[in-house]
Ligand binder design. Structure first.
Ligand code: ATP
Ligand code: MG
Length: 423
């Protein structure tokens, strides 16, 4: 397999190469490592480029200068190297948006006693560093100077056959770090892999211990599963492995064909549209869907905005689907909801008859003065007419708004005459 050097032609890629060159000139070994090598070989654009080196964190800081580095994971041997200040004259483009590149010292992990992190790390060789990584496809290095892939773990074979396989004994590797089981689900989903048999049976055997991983970390992995067009494959694998019983137990009884059809209609799910679609497929009534969401919000630590948008989609989707013949005054408040851009795709995914959704999408394109016209009357207008404020004000104003939207009242004068008739 040939490494596609074109994958390095991005600001972050060029910056990683600059760092590797500097380290090499200082006499160290330095290579690209892990996810970026995997993604490039798969013809995907790497999210970020990680560098691995035999230089200790101290040496890395010496090579680049303390002010150009941040010691984020110093105890794990990871130093962040900041991009150089942009030099407009030379035309160099290392503009990573100021983000540091992670430079990790080759290491061999010690024992894992908490099911999540090694107790201590010792620095080691490139080979040892490959061996402590999770999956063979993630254990590859690329030496850009020699243009050579370093494969100590038979990762290329698995990459070619699109297999996810742990490095070393699967039972031991999942026992060390339980999060790897969910990473497996995520890689299968996002890369379209199949799980090699002994890796699969080890996940099944260890699934219960996923409870040792924090809800927040679980949420972070689930977010990446849900937002992928292939999300249903991931959710299905969650149930097949038994991981769901801690992560999302309700999934067990979901109607898979229905969920698949609906995700297909979503095409590119966001976290909010994906969650709402899944919850509405899981639960026939929105009260149960909201209850399920409440539990997940707490465990996965969803943001207020995420929770609000998913809630809006669960509540409003049935009304959008059924809005074909609805009065404008009942559809309009939904169309000006701040989360309408989440609601509409979910309604589109769920609708068997999409005439309501099509109407909603069309009406939503009205220009602002027609979509949400100024009210004909306000409480202040009534007071200015000498009326005494009270609960009846709100009642009147609501009725006037309804009649305005439904084209029964057109001017302030008409509205005021209507009010006078009420007194
Ligand atoms: P992406 O960046 O697309 O999420 P990635 O594979 O780069 O995927 P990272 O979390 O950035 O994932 O980790 C970088 C590399 O570190 C991985 O490719 C893998 O080699 C190693 N790694 C990460 N997490 C673990 C883990 N829990 N156990 C063992 N190795 C890991
Ligand atoms: Mg990465």
């Amino acid at each position: 397999m040939q490494f596609p050097d074109i994958a390095l032609e991005t600001p972050a890629g060029r910056e990683a190469i600059r760092i590797i060159d500097r380290l090499r000139h200082a006499g160290f070994i330095a290579v690209l490592a892990g996810g970026c090598v995997r993604d490039a070989l798969l013809g995907r654009t790497p999210k970020d480029f990680d560098v691995a080196t035999d230089a200790t964190p101290d040496s890395v800081q010496q090579v680049f200068g303390r002010r150009q580095t941040v010691a984020f994971g110093a105890s794990f041997g990871v130093i962040g190297v900041l991009p150089p200040k942009r030099d407009t004259r030379s035309g160099d483009n290392h503009d990573t948006g100021g983000a540091p590149t992670e430079v990790a010292t080759f290491r061999a992990d010690g024992n894992y006693s908490d099911g999540r992190r090694p107790d201590h790390v010792t620095y080691g060789t490139a080979e040892a560093d490959a061996a402590r990584r999770d999956f063979t496809i993630n254990g590859l290095f690329y030496d850009p100077a020699a243009k050579e892939i370093l494969d100590y773990v038979d990762g290329i074979t698995d990459l070619k056959s699109m297999h996810l396989r742990t490095i070393g004994n699967a039972h031991r590797r999942f026992d060390e770090d339980k999060l790897r089981m969910l990473r497996a689900v995520r890689f299968v989903t996002t890369l379209g892999l199949s799980v090699e048999a002994s890796t699969m049976s080890a996940i099944v055997a260890h699934a219960d211990s996923i409870s040792l991983v924090s809800g927040e970390r679980i949420g972070a992995e689930m977010r990446r599963v849900i937002t992928h067009p292939n999300a249903v494959r991931g959710l299905r694998l969650l149930v097949e492995t038994g991981l769901h019983s801690h992560v999302w137990p309700q999934l067990e009884k979901i109607a898979w064909p229905e969920l698949r059809t609906r995700f297909k209609r979503l095409t590119n799910p966001s976290f909010e549209t994906g969650m709402a679609t899944t919850l509405l497929t899981l639960h026939r009534c929105s009260k149960d869907a909201l209850q399920n969401l409440k539990g997940l919000t707490k465990r996965w630590k969803l943001s207020t905005a995420e929770q609000r948008a998913i809630t809006a989609a669960i509540r409003l989707t049935p009304q959008i689907i059924d809005c074909r013949d609805a009065a404008w005054s009942s559809l309009q408040p939904i169309l000006i909801d701040r989360d309408i851009d989440v609601v509409l795709p979910v309604a589109g995914a769920l609708a068997e008859d999409d005439s309501g959704v099509r109407r909603a999408i069309m009406e939503r394109q009205r220009d602002p003065s027609s979509l949400d016209p100024h009210p004909l009357l306000t409480g202040d207008d009534l007071i200015a007419e000498g009326m005494t404020p009270g609960p009846h004000f709100r009642d009147w104003l609501t009725q006037i708004r309804r009649m305005q939207l439904d084209d029964e009242l057109h001017t302030q004068d008409e509205a005021m005459s209507w009010v006078r008739r009420q007194t």
